[in-house]
Design a protein around this ligand. Structure first.
Ligand code: F6P
Length: 477
């Protein structure tokens, strides 16, 4: 058993607050934030001293993140949210953070002074790079959890016609992949959610040579959990209060629904579900397609609030659906919190409904696990984590690039919804809990703290190593 230790989560992008503001509403407030919050809370509950370190933002458009410190009620004794300057006051997207991470590392060191934590756990490449800078100066060990790796994102974008130069300008792939290589190289432990992530995603040629140690030692396969306090199949007060509103829209009839809940991001491929649904409409005439997108109730009005990229995705969806179907067979639901989302899932689970997620690639797939925990039958992409999560047949796997496969999956899922929802719920309850994830982290941290030898980052490695990108691109052309 390790004694209680001081663990610091490094998570520059997005931000954290007790209200979970913007969660799943903005690309930098995605599944990674749920992961960090849940895991940090589980470790704090186990008695460790835990900090979540993120950016300080003084921006009237983002008023929740200006305080130096914050807490989550219930875990205030052991868990702090700490915010440090990084690139000025304004909110910056994760792609804009790279030049400011060394300032961020300086601020972190200034804050802790001589009372350094025992361990940093770094999230996404921006956290990993920060951790490498800190390790270089303090020898403090760190773990890296990638959440989503740049190489796979780059490949998908190139496959769908993107050109390297434009993609690099927009997504800053050079910096991101260099930071990932540094993180992989100097992390004392790398956490992955699935074997597939370890054996395929980290084996991408863009990371070759970055990891020189034995993968069975360096990697810890540790799937995330689901917050059972939120996502479960037991109705609560909220279920009763939202039911009349939902009944009004969906009628008291018990017709089945296909539930989609995801950000408006092209890689999530919501359009694939919409097109497959429309193609199969004759046999899905009594089925509703419900798009739960935070902030979107009246799509043609609310679209004005979205970023350009999100508008593009929503416009494509709206053009494909056409005016007649919206409000009849296709509905937009603005679900404003995770609690409300869980209650909505349960409402539709009672009707034998399915949860569909057909991303071109899903590094892990927390959303279908949450939906399954609330009783929906999963119909999910076969690319990435879901194929391992539902490998026992408790969910239907589809090829996101084939409307035929998506359509078949939707129909099969609706036909077998009762069986699948039971099987998926059982799977989730036994395998995916945050307590288990915390236990895995504790074991890995103990192993690292017991090892005295550390490879320290060499400054010239950082951002100075771009030849492999040129080689990779020329090998593709
Ligand atoms: O949605 C999951 C997530 O981990 C986010 O929290 C994170 O910021 C995002 O993926 C980024 O993915 P990418 O930069 O590869 O699009």
């Amino acid at each position: 058993m390790i004694n209680f230790v001081h663990i610091v989560f490094l998570n520059p992008q997005g931000n954290f607050d007790p209200k979970d503001s913007y969660l799943t509403e903005h690309p930098d407030f995605g599944g990674q934030l749920v992961y960090v919050k849940e895991l940090a809370q589980a470790l704090a509950t186990n008695g460790h001293k835990v900090d979540i370190v993120t950016r300080k933002i003084i921006d009237s458009d983002w008023p929740e993140f200006s305080a130096n410190q914050d807490i989550y009620p219930g875990t205030e004794q052991n868990l702090r949210i700490l915010r440090f300057p990084c690139g000025g006051n304004k909110f910056l997207s994760k792609e804009e953070l790279w030049p400011h991470l060394s300032e961020f590392a300086d601020e972190i060191l200034r804050f802790y002074g001589k009372s350094l934590p025992d361990f940093f756990t770094a999230h996404y490449a921006d956290g990993g790079y920060t951790a490498a800078l800190l390790k270089q100066r303090t020898r403090t060990p760190f773990s890296f959890t990638g959440h989503s790796l740049g190489a796979q994102k780059l490949d998908k974008l190139i496959e769908s016609g993107g050109c390297w130069r434009d993609l690099d300008i927009r997504f800053k792939f050079s910096q991101r992949i260099a930071a990932e290589r540094v993180s992989i190289k100097y992390a004392d432990k790398i956490f992955v959610s699935t074997l597939q992530e370890r054996d395929e995603q980290y084996r991408h040629p863009l990371y070759s040579g970055a990891s020189n140690s034995d993968k069975s030692i360096k990697f810890s396969v540790s799937p995330p959990g689901v917050n059972r306090k939120i996502f479960n199949s037991v109705a609560n007060q909220l279920d009763f209060s939202i039911k009349p509103k939902l009944d009004l829209t969906f009628g008291r009839s018990s017709s089945q629904a296909i539930i989609v809940s995801s950000r408006l991001d092209q890689k999530k491929n919501i359009i694939g579900i919409v097109k497959a649904f429309l193609e199969r409409r004759p046999s899905l005439d009594r089925v509703q397609l419900v798009l739960c997108i935070r902030g979107i109730e009246e799509p043609r009005v609310d679209i004005a609030k979205l970023s350009k990229d999100e508008q593009f995705v929503l416009n494509e969806i709206l053009d494909t659906i056409g005016r007649d179907l919206i409000g009849n067979n296709v509905h937009f639901l603005n679900v404003t919190s995770q609690l409300e989302l869980a209650a909505t899932f349960r409402y539709f689970a009672d009707r034998g409904s399915i949860f569909a997620l057909t991303s071109f690639y899903e590094p892990f797939g927390l959303a279908p696990i949450e939906a399954a925990a609330a009783g929906l039958a999963p119909v999910v992409t076969k690319n990435g984590g879901p194929s391992e999560i539902f490998s026992d047949g408790s969910g239907i796997l589809v090829d996101p690039t084939s409307l035929q496969s998506i359509g078949d999956g939707l129909i099969d899922g609706l036909n077998r919804a009762r069986y699948l929802s039971k099987a998926a719920l059982e799977r989730v309850e036994t395998k995916y809990t945050w307590q288990q994830t915390a236990t895995n982290y504790e074991a890995a941290i103990r192993e690292v703290l017991d090892t005295k030898q550390r490879e320290l980052p060499i400054y010239s490695d950082i951002f100075n190593d771009n030849k492999y990108i040129a080689d990779y691109l020329s090998s593709r052309s």
